[in-house]
Design a protein around this ligand. Structure first.
Ligand SMILES: Nc1nc2c(c(=O)[nH]1)N[C@H]1C(S)=C(S)[C@@H](COP(=O)(O)O)O[C@H]1N2
Ligand SMILES: [Mo]
Length: 299
């Protein structure tokens, strides 16, 4: 991997906007304020994080219901302590790892990423987490491994949505190994410098910012290194609508709607529609992973 990916900004650089700028002005004087203001304005359209309320109340987590506010209402019932992640398959050190042991071996950093749902809405989220590659390297990926499979908690007594059949439970997802090892791919444990709320996938969830949101599987209990492409929940549910790759691509429409634009959550009752960007704007970092691939075929 060519070096660690560096964040292009910290969330404190852009939000809470006026609070932060005022603090900076007091500390560093008017010159710093002008600079920060100019940089902030240039980014404002694109990388201004959504509010805590937007990110934690407008969620997709079908284990708690299919309406956007259901997870906010229902996810409090999920027990997240103790939490064990089973890591198995083609690894040198398989085992049932306590979350505390996993976190003891990594350094948590901040990543502000765009999140683009396949339903054509989007947000900007200030995550805290660590690179999935760090964990995979620690457990030792064997040369025969080509994919990484992930599984969400299955606990219908705490997850009312799992008592219905809207998806095959547990929710499963997967990445090609090179996607999993890419420095943009993180396991998130926090949001706005607070522990990850249950509805956003506590205590540990995947974030793959150049793919549609459904790839970013929540509340992970198992990670399996495999030789073959693993099954994935939305692909099982509707294979003609949701592919394994699910790279954000404004040129490949969903069979039932356009993917050319997206509704950026927030901004009052008229959420602005903005153009969707190739690989969700991370093309410089990830386009090389798909060189020569037909992205309409491998959607
Ligand atoms: N286990 C699980 N993970 C999931 C989902 C889900 O229903 N169950 N929804 C996905 C979808 S469609 C999206 S858009 C993102 C939403 O993440 P957020 O609610 O934290 O914004 O989570 C993804 N991860
Ligand atoms: Mo989504």
């Amino acid at each position: 991997m060519a070096g660690r990916w560096r964040n292009d900004l910290n969330w404190s650089d852009v939000t809470p906007e006026h609070v932060y700028l005022n603090r900076r002005a007091v500390m560093a004087g008017a010159g710093a304020l002008a600079l920060a203001g100019a940089a902030g304005a240039a980014r404002a359209d694109d990388m201004e994080p959504n509010s805590w309320d937007e990110i934690t109340r407008y969620c997709n987590f079908y284990e708690f219901g299919t309406r956007k506010e259901d997870p906010w209402h229902n996810a409090g019932q999920m027990t997240t302590d103790p939490w064990v992640v089973e890591i198995d398959g083609l690894v040198d050190r398989p085992g049932r790892y306590d979350l505390g042991d996993i976190l003891a071996g990594v350094s948590i950093e901040e990543r502000i990423y765009r999140l683009r749902c396949v339903e054509a809405w989007s947000m900007v989220v200030p995550w805290q987490g660590f690179e999935l590659a760090d964990l995979l390297t620690r457990v030792g990926v064997q040369p025969s491994a080509k994919y990484v499979a992930f599984q969400t908690l299955y606990r219908p007594e705490e997850m009312p949505g799992q008592r219905g059949r809207v998806l095959d439970w547990p929710y499963v997802e997967g990445l090609r190994l090179d996607e999993a090892m890419h420095p943009l791919t993180i396991l998130a444990t926090g949001l706005y410098d607070r522990p990850l709320p249950n509805q956003n996938g506590a205590p540990i969830r995947l974030v793959v910012p150049w793919k549609y949101g459904f790839k970013s599987i929540k509340s992970i209990v198992r990670i399996t290194l495999t030789a073959d492409q693993p099954p994935t929940s939305w692909n099982i549910a509707a294979p003609n609508e949701y592919g394994f790759y699910a790279n954000v691509n404004p040129q490949v429409d969903h069979p039932r709607w356009s993917q050319a634009t997206e509704r950026r959550i927030g901004g009052g009752f008229m959420s602005p529609r903005v153009p969707t960007r190739m690989f969700n704007g991370y093309d410089a970092e990830v386009a090389g992973l798909y060189a020569g691939m037909d992205l309409a075929k491998f959607f």
